[in-house]
Ligand binder design. Structure first.
Ligand code: NDP
Length: 300
């Protein structure tokens, strides 16, 4: 059985591809760059989905926290188009397929829920408006909607910050923390919805394989932690104190204030449906997740 992954060359996509291959699936990545076991977005448009496509996953998106890119309207457009246009292309390919894939799993972010210091958000909570990221997630989720008559099961995973040694936030923070210069962002009181890389990959696989899973799932760990608690756990795994806070104004200067809100403000997000649907986490708490990043026992 073939799984087609838009943006499958990235941080989450690589982990998911490895997991799928180890479970006996064939993986085809849709990418801007041609290569083996890949197709480009224009090849997808021209030739459609490969035969025997059982599942389609949408994971493409310009890295929002790329420090080399200034937060301006041009970059905002790239962030938006790289998610919405790629998702629309996958939807179109599914609609055109003679034999429809049985499931389409699309990605969104916990940014769907506007930052709040205390409100607890589940998949049933209202969100999707109030700031740039909430609106981006709404449009991204809308782009993924298949017409009802297509008959393909549909799942949307709203992912929290993904923690894995070789990418995302941990890769960016590793050196400052390793040299004892790490710490919480701003006051450290804001919540940080997170999930371990292996668990998010397993959750995508769960969504692909379990026929009773559909609709929105929060892709976050059940362990609700603040930025300060994260810094303590991550610093602890490297035997570093992690006491030096990154002031909010520095974040604003480095990232632009709109984008910096992703780090300086947070939201308390629980995976209510994910748990109700029976998903079991390998890394249910921040300590077990961070332990893996210790230079001594790191295995990934
Ligand atoms: P990556 O940054 O690793 O990017 C995924 C892939 O997207 C890349 O490999 C690339 O594929 C493609 N891509 C990048 N920029 C563009 C662009 N401008 N136009 C078209 N395609 C592009 O992402 P992750 O794996 O970390 O995340 C996957 C998805 O999950 C993203 O949409 C992200 O927003 C979302 N997400 C991630 C979180 C995280 O902590 N990592 C948290 C919450 C949501 P190629 O170069 O092959 O074309």
């Amino acid at each position: 059985k073939t799984v087609v992954i838009g943006g499958g060359s990235g941080f989450i996509g690589t982990a998911l591809s490895n997991l799928l291959c180890s479970c006996g699936y064939d993986v085809v990545i849709v990418s801007r760059v041609p290569g083996s076991f890949r197709m480009t977005w224009s090849e997808l448009e021209q030739n459609g989905l490969p035969k025997n496509t059982a599942a389609v996953v949408s994971l493409a998106g310009q890295n929002i926290l790329d420090m080399k890119r200034r937060w301006n309207s041009g970059f905002e457009q790239t962030v938006r188009a790289s998610r919405i246009n790629t998702t629309l292309s996958l939807v179109k390919a599914i609609e055109k397929a003679d034999v429809k894939p049985s499931v389409f799993v699309s990605t969104s972010g916990v940014g769907y829920y506007p930052p709040h210091p205390s409100k607890v958000y589940t998949e049933h909570s209202e969100g999707g408006k109030g700031d740039y990221f909430a609106e981006l997630c709404t449009d991204w989720e809308l782009a993924a909607k298949l017409p009802a008559d297509v008959g393909t099961r549909q799942v949307t995973i709203r992912s929290g910050v993904v923690l894995g040694r070789r990418g995302g936030m941990i890769a960016q923070l590793y050196l400052p923390f390793f040299f004892g210069m790490g710490g919480p962002v701003g006051s450290g009181q804001q919540y940080l919805p997170w999930i371990h890389l292996h668990d998010i990959a397993r959750l995508f696989l769960y969504a692909i394989e379990k026929e009773n899973v559909e609709g929105v799932l929060n892709g976050v760990s059940p362990d609700l932690i603040t930025s300060k608690e994260f810094a303590r756990a991550f610093g602890g795994s490297l035997w570093r104190p992690a006491l030096i806070p990154l002031p909010e104004f520095v974040c604003n200067i480095l990232l632009g204030s709109e984008r910096a809100r992703m780090l300086t403000e947070g939201q308390k997000v629980t995976p209510q449906r994910t748990l109700e649907l029976g998903f079991e986490y390998n890394y249910p708490d921040i300590r077990s997740a961070c332990q893996e990043f210790s230079p001594l026992i790191y295995t990934d």
